[in-house]
Design a protein around this ligand. Structure first.
Ligand code: HEC
Ligand code: HEC
Length: 220
């Protein structure tokens, strides 16, 4: 039996180990409210604290062609539950022939965030060019859980979670199939390298070194 399963089993029986907010009163209570989800920090840091995880999760870059902001789902696609979000991306054409920045402008790139933001309102007055439907995958937040440091929510887990192996399976949106001629994004655990990943636009090589493979607190 692998070390990780012992770890998890240890957590199940050792009450002080984690944040298991389940008492008998909650199980028998009559309520229409969804039950509070489980705490993620009982067995491993959430989010993991090694520099590779923090670097990716804190980039704060929204990529509409992938899944918006980076979450665990982008790299651990089978370990979280998710739903598909459909996003309409509407393009308007700048009518000014003398414009310094001619071309089409996307409403997803320029959202209307409230009164007094002129460029988003301005482009919506131009000629409609086209509408593209984008499909993103978003993990499902657990009910009743606080937001973890860095803005991450404690998400619902999926079938590959807790199967005694660290599953790195990229979300299909993470592959740019045109750029990589049909190849799919993959992680090589021996080399600790990623290939055909759409997000890495620059040619700089990057190693996702697993610092611990021992889970709790896994800090660099
Ligand atoms: C950019 C891709 C990426 C993202 C985003 C990501 N991970 Fe990982 N994760 C990895 C890779 C790669 C490994 C290393 C696997 C290995 O070395 O075998 C890993 C390993 C892990 C491990 C095992 C730790 C260890 O010491 O080996 C845990 C637990 C984990 N991830 C949880 C998460 C959680 C929770 C999130 C979201 C809060 C997340 N990951 C987001 C890529 C990612
Ligand atoms: C009972 C202990 C335990 C709890 C609680 C726990 N995890 Fe994990 N988690 C693990 C173990 C062990 C692994 C290592 C790989 C495996 O066994 O699947 C892991 C790995 C992961 C990974 C990396 C991908 C994978 O499946 O290998 C992600 C993502 C993850 N956990 C998310 C979460 C989230 C989100 C929560 C809170 C809802 C959570 N975990 C709560 C034990 C736990």
């Amino acid at each position: 039996m692998g070390k990780r399963i012992w770890l998890a089993a240890g957590c199940l029986f050792w009450v002080a180990c984690g944040d298991w907010k389940m008492d008998s009163a909650a199980l028998t209570a009559r309520s229409a409210a969804p039950a509070t989800g489980m705490g993620c920090t009982a067995c491993h840091a959430y989010p993991p604290l090694d520099s590779n995880h923090l670097y990716h999760l804190n980039r704060g870059i929204e990529d509409k062609r992938i899944n918006g902001a980076i979450t665990c789902l982008d790299c651990h696609n089978q370990s979280l539950a998710w739903r598909e979000e459909v996003l309409n991306d509407t393009f308007y054409h700048d009518p000014d022939p003398a414009s310094r920045f001619p071309g089409n402008y996307s409403t997803v790139d320029f959202p209307v965030t409230g009164a007094g933001n002129p460029p988003p309102l301005l482009i919506r007055g131009w000629h409609l060019d086209s509408v593209i439907v984008r499909r993103q995958r978003h993990p499902l937040p657990q009910p009743g859980r606080a937001t973890a440091p860095g803005g991450l929510i404690e998400y619902m887990t999926g079938l590959a979670h807790l199967n005694d192996s660290v599953d790195v399976v990229f979300d299909p949106n993470v592959t740019d199939t045109a750029r990589f001629q049909g190849a799919h994004a993959e992680f090589n655990p021996r080399e600790e390298t990623c290939s055909a990943v759409a997000c890495h636009q620059d040619a700089v090589p990057y190693r996702f070194v697993s610092k611990a493979k021992g889970l709790p607190g896994s800090k660099e």
